[in-house]
Design a protein around this ligand. Structure first.
Ligand code: NDP
Length: 254
């Protein structure tokens, strides 16, 4: 039972892993033994990040592609499967944020958010899922958010996309569990990353957040690693369709 969390011999593709939460998760999964595949749209950055991981002694590759582009997804997933090896763990992490009041929200921003945060999760599950089904094994982890459950000023499209991530997780679980594929999600509370930098810098927001969160603080991104290792490993083989909130208790509190 001691190897329940061991990821030796497993290969993980983490979308959007050139910085922020994705990079943290890539490091975390690698620490537990996984070979990791770094992704983002910025090719040079992905190559540099994979190189840094290799310097640390981890097995890492860079496969940059745009997760909103079905053709690019299919081409690159086939390339990984054939030239690097089977994807055992897929972490759908790539995501973007745009903020505008709902009545003024530009249509293009809505499309970009939905395409990146929602449709890409679906397309990635289709592309990687078909290989996992053949092998009758796979772990899929979708990154949700507090906005999978809660609304907030100026980010309605983001909340819509993250609510959908919850339901894609459940739907994919229902259809893929019979093939020994576990599809779960992690819903981070508020973590300090580039994406949330404008909020971190906003004193008023930070004060509100600390009062609103039972833990009274921002989350540190490395506090997400345990959940990712759990959902990527044998330890979670009968956990399916679940969205694990890592939020310092925020969702539990009014
Ligand atoms: P960052 O902005 O720090 O990083 C986003 C990553 O996604 C980058 O690696 C970026 O690389 C990549 N990316 C963006 N668009 C695409 C695309 N079309 N194709 C491929 N890669 C892409 O974000 P965070 O680390 O903060 O967020 C990561 C995830 O966690 C998101 O899904 C976010 O919604 C979620 N989240 C974050 C929270 C937080 O507090 N930060 C809280 C709750 C959820 P590149 O620029 O090269 O494309």
């Amino acid at each position: 039972m001691k190897d329940l969390f061991d990821l030796q011999g497993k290969r993980a593709l983490i979308t959007g892993s050139t910085r922020g939460i994705g990079l943290l998760l890539a490091n975390g999964l690698a620490e537990y033994g996984a070979e990791v595949i770094i992704n983002g749209t910025n090719r040079e950055k992905a190559l540099a990040v994979a190189e840094e991981l290799k310097q640390k002694g981890f097995k890492a590759h860079a496969v940059p592609f745009d997760v909103t582009n079905k053709e690019e997804i299919e081409k690159n997933i086939a390339l990984i499967e054939q030239e690097i090896g089977p994807i055992d763990i897929l972490v759908n992490n790539a995501g973007i944020q745009r903020r505008h009041p709902i009545l003024e929200f530009p249509e293009q921003d809505w499309d970009d958010i939905i395409n990146t945060n929602q449709k890409a999760v679906f397309l990635m599950i289709q592309a990687v899922g078909k290989y996992m089904v053949q092998r009758r094994a796979g772990k899929i982890i979708n990154i949700g958010s507090m906005q999978s459950e809660l609304g907030r000023d100026t980010i309605t499209p983001y909340a819509a996309s993250k609510g959908a991530v919850k339901m894609i997780t459940r739907g994919a679980c229902v259809e893929l569990a019979r093939y020994n594929i576990q599809v779960n999600g992690i819903a981070p509370g508020y973590f300090k990353t580039e994406l949330t930098q404008p909020l971190v810098d906003n004193q008023q927001f930070t004060q509100w957040l600390c009062q609103r969160t039972p833990a009274n603080r921002w989350g540190n991104p490395d506090e997400l690693i345990g959940s990712a290792v759990f959902l990527a490993s044998k330890a979670s083989d009968f956990v399916n369709g679940h969205l694990l909130f890592v939020d310092g208790g925020m969702l539990a509190a009014v």
